[in-house]
Design a protein around this ligand. Structure first.
Ligand SMILES: Nc1ncnc2c1ncn2[C@@H]1O[C@H](COP(=O)(O)OP(=O)(O)OP(=O)(O)O)[C@@H](O)[C@H]1O
Length: 245
């Protein structure tokens, strides 16, 4: 890892075991396992992936469905451990992956602000200080005492985005977060990400919109079936990507 690198991904490979047979219950699973009737196929979602990111870079990860983008982000966020290779990360990471995954849907929006804050390692006092800002940004003031189970998926995402983007993290990881919420809210989220970039946050960004990637990113990793097809300047690669499929 070079001293200017904030993230270094070195020869990362990720293997998943895919069950090749349908199992309907846990009981059936144990019986079949004991009888050695379950066979699994190996599947490599990432193969020997390497790239380095410097502080302040905004990296877009592009590629078709199943090319390995989310898997790569989860490894960098520390959610998954790579089968081979290593990832070094210098700094605090704010992961926006599967927005709302940390919510307790029986609790109200207000209660979830504190729960989610705690999951992010933030104190009650810290969340109290950001409470109004979160409600304002999510535009959910009228729903703050409503259990999240009664929210639409867009409302859940708005609340989760507002909570996850308080402060200025060293590294922000965004997986398809701009595809949630309505068009106006997407623009608001993009503006907030841009403001973080202006303050020096390093961004890792997955989107199927190459236009969004071009607007926010200076670098791109193009993944194809788990391999790096190209890594480098965003504009150059976006140009080639557009005409490739
Ligand atoms: N937990 C898992 N178990 C088994 N296979 C998995 C798991 N997670 C991902 N995969 C497989 O790894 C491959 C890469 O998935 P990944 O979600 O990283 O792709 P992606 O590029 O983000 O796709 P998309 O654009 O559809 O979101 C896929 O074929 C997927 O089925």
């Amino acid at each position: 890892m070079d001293h200017t690198d904030i993230i270094s991904v070195e020869q990362v490979s990720m293997r998943f075991a895919l069950a090749s047979e349908k199992v309907d219950s846990l009981k059936e699973y144990f019986i079949k396992t004991l009888k050695s009737q379950i066979s699994t196929n190996e599947f490599w979602a990432l193969k020997d992936v390497s790239f380095n990111i410097q502080r302040g870079d905004a990296l877009g990860l592009i590629g078709l469905n199943g090319s390995g983008k989310s898997t790569m982000l989860k490894i960098i966020a520390g959610v998954l451990k790579p089968t081979k290779g290593s990832v070094a990360v210098r700094g605090e990471v704010a992961p926006l992956i599967e927005l709302g995954a940390g919510f307790d849907f029986d609790l109200t929006a207000g209660e979830n602000i504190f729960l989610n804050g705690a999951l992010m390692g933030r104190s009650h006092e810290e969340m109290e200080a950001h409470y109004e800002e979160i409600i304002d940004f999510s535009e959910l003031r009228d729903f703050i005492d409503v259990p999240v189970k009664n929210f639409s998926s867009g409302m859940v995402s708005r609340l989760a985005f507002a909570i996850a983007t308080i402060g200025t993290p060293d590294i922000l990881i965004c997986d398809e977060v701009l595809s949630v919420g309505d068009f106006r809210f997407q623009e608001k989220c993009q503006k907030r990400i841009q403001e973080m970039l202006d303050k020096g946050t390093t961004l890792l960004f997955v989107s199927h919109s190459i236009e969004q990637v071009e607007e926010l990113c200076n670098k791109v990793v193009w993944l194809e079936k788990g391999n790096v097809r190209m890594f480098g300047d965003c504009k150059e690669i976006a140009e080639i990507y557009r005409t490739s499929y």
